[in-house]
Design a protein around this ligand. Structure first.
Ligand code: DAH
Length: 340
């Protein structure tokens, strides 16, 4: 008798099933009322009293292993079935795939470039690590001149000659050294300043510089070009205002304000009640700068301008903390998905 039970134990251990029907067949064979195991329990009375206890234990073992086998097979086949059903149910809606989005600074940089390229401006770039000549001297910042302190510079390895560029105006020099007028280009890029990080300032940010050099370029051309940009970027009702200012590389120099696009000039939080928002610096390229790049300042004139991309983006989307651009918090970045 014992041998038969051991044979069944082996059979149960090696049993495999592919379908729920096979499991059910197995269950009926061993565990149903008329199955092998109840049958064997019925044989107990024919076993001698000395052996009955051992035989009973063995039968319990047989019953447990058959039941465990059924449970295990049902669980694994059940799981497999539900995966299969999911994989083959073509009526289910597709899983959502996020395509990601452009960074808000990239969206605005592209928009600025697109606006200027419509009126013939090309795009150039220059190095982020600059020498003193391109970042300062050629731009008419004399050595020891206090204007150099307008921007807190990061120097490289204590060399006074090499620094992280403090503005994209350095690219003006690189382009003018290389190309002959007429020149009509914008230069987007990252700039660096040794400033404490706060909601308003960061130690690096982005600018777009513009340069137009040709014969007979006048201040009126500068004004009209910037007016075109302002209305394209901020909307057709935008007004501009130029205030006299100082930059070493332009003469005369100005800062441009636009009428507040939030309140239309009435005064609000964004324009701090003034109705105007400062947008960029600009001016006519100083003849010294042209001569530094071997461009004849008697024959050619030109204008330049420079604006911060973070500042422009913050105004456009009413973002109140510059650090948000660099945190890479997806909850912030996902808000620009529809713009990309
Ligand atoms: N480079 C200036 C800055 O970083 C911005 C600027 C002002 C650029 C006047 C210009 C300009 O080209 O003409 O603050």
């Amino acid at each position: 008798m014992k041998e038969i039970v051991h044979k069944y134990l082996d059979e149960i251990a090696s049993f495999v099933a592919e379908t729920p029907e096979q499991i059910e067949e197995f269950r009926i064979k061993f565990l149903s009322k008329k199955g092998i195991i109840p049958d064997l329990f019925g044989e107990m009375k024919n076993v001698s009293p000395e052996e009955r206890k051992d035989f009973g234990l063995l039968l319990n073992q047989l019953k447990n292993s058959a039941q465990q086998k059924v449970d295990l097979l049902q669980e694994t086949i059940g799981k497999r079935e539900s995966v299969n059903e999911k994989a083959t149910d073509l009526t289910l809606p597709a899983d959502f795939i996020s395509l990601g989005s452009r960074h808000p600074l990239s969206i605005v940089r592209k928009e600025i470039i697109d606006i200027f390229s419509k009126i013939g401006f090309t795009v150039s770039v220059g190095p982020e690590i600059e020498d003193d000549w391109h970042n300062f001297t050629a731009l008419n910042f004399p050595l020891e001149h206090p204007a150099r302190d307008m921007q807190d510079t990061f120097f490289i390895e204590k060399s006074p000659d090499i620094a992280l560029r403090t503005h994209t105006s350095s690219v003006q020099i690189r382009v003018m050294e290389k190309e002959k007028p007429p020149i009509r280009s914008v230069f987007p890029g990252r700039v660096f300043r040794n400033e404490a990080i706060s909601a308003r300032a960061h130690c690096f940010f982005h600018q777009v510089e513009g340069l137009y050099i040709d014969e007979n370029v006048s201040f009126a051309d500068l004004k009209q070009t910037l007016y075109y940009f302002a209305t394209e970027f901020f909307g057709p009702d935008t007004q501009i205002r130029l205030r006299p200012s100082y930059f070493p590389f332009t003469e005369p120099s100005a800062e441009m304000d636009i009428s507040c696009f939030i309140c239309g000039g009435k005064g609000c939080k964004v324009c701090k009640g003034s109705g105007w928002v400062e947008i960029l610096g600009c001016g006519m390229v100083d003849p010294n700068v042209l001569e530094n790049c071997h461009i004849d300042s008697k024959k050619y004139t030109g204008f330049a301008f420079g604006m911060g991309i973070e500042r422009t983006t913050m105004l456009k989307y009413q973002i109140n903390d510059i650090r948000l651009f660099f945190d890479n918090d997806l909850r912030f970045l996902r808000q620009f998905e529809s713009q990309s």
